[in-house]
Unconditional design. Sequence first.
Length: 146
Amino acid sequence: MHLLVVEDQGVFAEAMAEELKAAGHEVDGPARSMEEGLKLARKRKPELALVDIGLKVEGDGIMLARMLWLEFEVPSLFVSGSREEAVANADLAVGLVEKPVAPEKVVRAVEAARAVLHGDPAPAGPSELTLFSHRPRPPSDAPGLH
């Protein structure tokens, strides 16, 4: 699966990207900011973006997930400690992987997210994963995105 990783915690971001690559995924990033994430997505559209909600530089992860969905119809999987904010923006994402989480568990979360995106039963993910049980809504159907 072609993934975009947007995470500003350097060591965690690199470890997550390496685990995903080792599992056979194509990984762009890690990007450290919203702008960097958008640049990578424009170069090569990913199938799924792993997005930290609490980006500290140039915008936030919610704004990035919204832009990725509106511009490219790329769904996101939030990787964040901000559960309430993730659930409040569930229309933009397939699920949430709650931090702290071991990078290798993100691989299992991506497999579960892939199943949801393809309409298949999701395999058991890590305990840190909450699937929102749906594909994000098409941009034309999502409230407040016009």
